[in-house]
Design a protein around this ligand. Sequence first.
Ligand code: HSE
Length: 440
Amino acid sequence: MNPIKVGLLGIGTVGSGTFHVLQRNQEEIRRRAGRGIEITMVADLDVERARAVVGDQVQVVNDARAVIANPEIDIVIELIGGYGIAKALVLEAIAAGKHVVTANKALLAVHGTEIFAAASAKGVMVAFEAAVAGGIPIIKALREGLTANAIQWIAGIINGTTNFILSEMRDKGLDFEVVLKEAQRLGYAEADPTFDIEGVDAAHKATLMSAIAFGIPVQFDKAYVEGITRLSAADIRYAEQLGYRIKLLGITKRAANGIELRVHPSLVPAKRLIANVEGAMNAVMVQGDAVGTTLYYGKGAGSEPTASAVIADLVDITRLHTADAAQRVPHLAFQPDAMSDVPVLPMSEVITSYYLRLRVSDEAGVLARVTGILATAGISIDAVLQREADEVGGEGSTQTDLIILTHDTREGIMNAAMAEMQGLPTVLAPITRIRKEELA
Ligand code: HSE
């Protein structure tokens, strides 16, 4: 059988990795897919760069629409990124009857409902393994491998840049700004790292996992998003002394009255495997009612790791494109007419536990007043750590840090208690609050 023909839109890091891995492993991929898979046309604004990657045997153009218009192309890979032109091209490719493979988490987290509906109406597939956790086959695991389970929760380190920064902060005792500059110098962080450090990239990925896990529409606008920019080396150190590591987690959870969808720094017990995921690596924990806890670990970015996911999608489409559309795995794991409208909960409704750090006057009664407010709010304390004033503020200091770990409470209750504690004259600075996940 002739190879299936693929058009590639955007040949940067992931595109060139995809081209090279497809070439290198073509024979094995053919044996798995049942026929060859060939990139025959590439569109990139930088035609010279594209030509340098693919050589003379592949048609290179600077107009993505020429790829979409080519009747010989069955699958379009979109690696342009962003919501603008990428969205238009994906929808045009679908309208032209092409299957689409994309690594574009931002596009699908925001416009997924429209894109999947268009694809279903046209009878084509939109595959996006590369959009979440790069080379880790987490979409496949959630959509197929764990299909027997009622998923209870997912918690993932799904942004390598921020995990690298947090690892460096812990290892070297440095503050966020210092490590960010170093990460940018080394090329681990983008020149504009906003999406990574503010948690937006992780929230795009968490949104997609949430939809697949619970059969709800993609709802990025309902996600709670908090990045790592306000974390201090002191909090990482105190967490360590209490037996925890701080990780930026993407969390989605089935709760009694809805679905939690949130990204924020979290204390995780140091003894959990996921707490020991260091540097730019990714890891995702999934808890299912039948399987229990599972953990997926690997590279969440990079040329060939992400290409590995893109090509897995190409193989799936090659195997399935002649099948009746109703027999294919649904885009979001659940049949489109069986999606749930269970709401994504506002953050004030989320139940979790907390790390609080209060800079206080080191005088009689301070601890009693603070714990009194927590007791009145019905918030149970798990542990308290108080450093000596000299250690915190230097010799003769009259200020100290009071660190409190709480048991589970509703975030809205914690917000009210924090406001009351903040009003105490002996609380001298804004209270630091970091959520805590036991992941048991
Ligand atoms: N910027 C992402 C990260 C990789 O740092 O993990 C692509 O999603």
